[in-house]
Design a protein. Structure first.
Length: 315
C-alpha cells in the first residue's frame, strides 16, 4: 500500500543537493512509490487540539539544477500522513520545541513521527553523552568558573563549548598557558550564569571528527571523518573541514553497541554519533547529516536503509 510521508524541513529551495540528507531520505521514499508532502515549521496550525499544516505534494530529483517540483498548497490534518520526518535544522530553540508539540499531537493520533518528538526535547546533543560516561573523554558541565579552572589545571588542554551550539560555533581550545582563559570563560558562561561543556582535548582530532550515522540502532559501516582545515581545531564541515569516509573501528562499533539500543528505545531511528579517537563528543538527533557524502564515497544507500526501518514500523 502506498504510504504518505510528510517532511517538515527548512526551505527546500535553499538546500545543497550534494549534501542534504533530507533530500536523500525523500529520494529513497519516492523510489519506493511513497507519496511525499513538504511543509515548514511556520506552516503548522492547531485548532481545538487538531494539528494541521499547509502542505505541498512534492517530487524530488537528484539534480543540482532542478531538484524539486511542488504541487499546490493544501491544508491537511497531520493525521492524514503515515509518517512525519522532523528534519528542521538546529538551532534547537523554543520555536523548535513548539513544533515538537504539534508533532506530539500527531503521534498521539497514530502518526509515526521520526525522530520521536519527546526524544527531540529530552536529548540535548551535548548533555546526552552523560548517560554514556564510559564512551566519553573526561567531561565537565557547569557554569562555575572555579570548577572550570580546576578542570583546566587538571587536564592542561581542554575544549569548551556551548550546550546549544551547532556547526562548530563558539568552540574554544584552551591550552595550559592560554592567556585568554578568563575572558573565554566569562564570555561562554555569561559571567557564571550559563552552563557550558568542557572536555579534555583529544589530539586524534587531526585524524578527523567522525560522524557515525546510526539507523534503527545499527551503525552505517563507514563514518565520515571530518578533517580540520589547516590551523583549525574543529573538524565541522561548516567550519571548513573536509569529509573523508573511513571504515568503522572495533571501538566505534563498541560505542554504538552501548548507545544504539537506548536511541531505539526512545524512538530515535536516525542519529549521528560524533567520535574523536576513541571517545564520543556528541550525540546528534535533531537533523543529522553526512548521508549524501557517505553514499557518494562508499556506494551506500543510507536513505534506503532508513526507509526500510520506517517500513518495518508502519507494518
Amino acid at each position: 500500500m502506498t504510504k504518505i510521508i510528510g517532511v517538515l524541513m527548512d526551505p527546500i529551495e535553499k538546500i545543497k543537493v550534494e549534501k542534504d540528507t533530507s533530500l536523500a531520505m525523500m529520494l529513497a521514499a519516492q523510489k519506493r512509490g511513497w507519496e511525499l508532502r513538504y511543509f515548514k515549521r511556520e506552516d503548522l496550525s492547531m485548532r481545538d487540539g487538531v494539528p494541521s499544516a499547509v502542505m505541498h505534494s512534492v517530487k524530488v530529483y537528484d539534480d543540482a539544477a532542478h531538484w524539486y517540483d511542488l504541487g499546490p498548497a493544501e491544508e491537511q490534518p497531520l493525521s492524514t500522513l503515515d509518517c512525519i520526518l522532523m528534519r528542521q535544522d538546529p538551532p534547537f530553540n523554543m520555536d523548535y520545541v513548539f513544533a515538537t508539540y504539534f508533532l506530539q499531537r500527531a503521534s498521539d493520533d497514530g502518526v509515526l513521527v521520526l525522530n520521536d518528538p519527546a526524544a527531540l526535547r529530552d536529548i540535548n546533543e551535548k548533555m546526552y553523552t552523560a548517560w554514556f560516561p564510559d564512551c566519553c573523554p573526561p567531561t565537565l558541565i557547569t557554569s562555575r568558573h572555579d570548577k572550570l579552572r580546576e578542570f583546566h589545571q587538571e587536564h592542561k588542554d581542554i575544549i569548551v563549548k556551548p550546550l546549544d551550539g551547532m556547526g562548530g560555533a563558539s568552540i574554544f581550545r584552551l591550552r595550559a598557558d592560554d592567556p585568554n582563559v578568563s575572558v573565554v570563560l566569562e564570555t561562554m558562561t555569561d559571567f557564571g550564569k550559563t552552563q557550558i561543556m568542557a572536555q579534555r582535548y583529544i589530539p586524534e582530532i587531526t585524524e578527523g571528527d567522525k560522524r557515525i550515522l546510526v539507523v534503527d540502532g545499527v551503525p552505517v559501516p563507514h563514518a565520515l571523518a571530518r578533517m580540520p582545515a589547516a590551523g583549525e581545531t574543529r573538524g565541522n564541515l561548516a567550519a571548513g573541514g573536509t569529509g573523508v569516509a573511513v571504515p568503522l573501528t572495533p571501538r566505534d562499533r563498541e560505542i554504538i553497541a552501548q548507545i544504539g539500543p537506548s536511541l531505539v528505545e526512545k524512538g530515535v531511528l536516525f542519529a549521528g554519533v560524533d567520535v574523536i579517537g576513541n571517545w564520543v563528543t556528541e550525540i546528534n538527533v535533531t537533523s543529522p547529516t553526512c548521508a549524501r557524502e557517505l553514499d557518494a564515497q562508499c556506494n551506500l544507500d543510507i536513505g534506503g536503509q532508513f526507509m526500510d526501518a520506517i517500513a518495518r514500523r508502519l507494518t
